[in-house]
Design a protein around this ligand. Structure first.
Ligand SMILES: CC(C)(COP(=O)(O)OP(=O)(O)OC[C@H]1O[C@@H](n2cnc3c(N)ncnc32)[C@H](O)[C@@H]1OP(=O)(O)O)[C@@H](O)C(=O)NCCC(=O)NCCS
Length: 171
């Protein structure tokens, strides 16, 4: 990546190609996400229609000299209506840009943008091991509330998932 300043802002349609490339790299190479096949751009565009840019479901991107280097999102946790006040967050930084504070900037902006929204809990499922993700989530006040064993199968083996929870503003 370039060493230019990283700007964090709401995502737009034009960011989706690069955002998806970053995500798909982790799909193909790691257990960090339980997707197994790369997401198509059409699937990503459909996903984006559920992230209005206002309200509970949002996407922010970090851009360096016009290139997206990472993103964070808040999505619906589960469909049943009483779950509405819970969100699931997700965050991916380009492999050549990790460890430089970009993940921290992205979550900072995402959670700032959610202040005042009717959301009460955020959840993140971290497929283990993933020390960087654990450190980031703990930095933002997430606590591990569950350890599911062998919850997913990828690359011909089972993976445990640590479920992390963060209280948010709404009473
Ligand atoms: C997890 C991820 C988003 C963190 O973003 P990042 O820009 O690398 O993180 P930052 O530089 O902001 O650092 C955040 C914290 O993680 C720690 N950290 C970063 N990389 C680390 C590593 N490889 N091992 C241990 N800790 C690490 C930092 O020290 C920092 O901790 P601190 O707040 O206690 O100082 C990023 O590493 C990533 O995209 N990883 C691959 C995809 C992924 O795992 N996504 C999450 C799926 S649950």
């Amino acid at each position: 990546m370039s060493n230019g300043k990283v700007t964090v802002r709401p995502a737009g349609e034009e960011d989706l190609g690069r955002l998806n490339d970053i995500y798909n790299r982790y799909v193909v190479e790691t257990h960090f996400t339980f997707d197994i096949e790369p997401m198509t751009l059409e699937e990503r565009q459909e996903w984006f229609t559920h992230h209005a840019g206002t309200g509970r479901y949002r996407v922010v991107v970090g851009a360096s000299e016009g290139t997206v280097v990472g993103y964070a999102s808040s999505s619906r946790w589960r469909q049943k209506p009483a779950y509405e006040t819970s969100i699931e967050t997700s965050i991916y930084v380009a492999p050549d840009a990790v460890g430089r504070g970009i993940g921290t900037r992205l979550y900072d902006e995402l959670f700032k943008s959610l202040q005042g929204e009717d959301v009460h809990r955020a959840y993140a499922g971290i497929a283990l091991p993933n020390q960087a993700s654990i450190a980031l989530h703990e930095r933002f006040g997430f606590k591990r509330v569950a350890h599911f064993t062998e919850q997913g199968r990828k690359f011909d083996r089972f993976w445990d998932v640590g479920w992390y929870e963060k209280p948010l503003g709404s009473a």
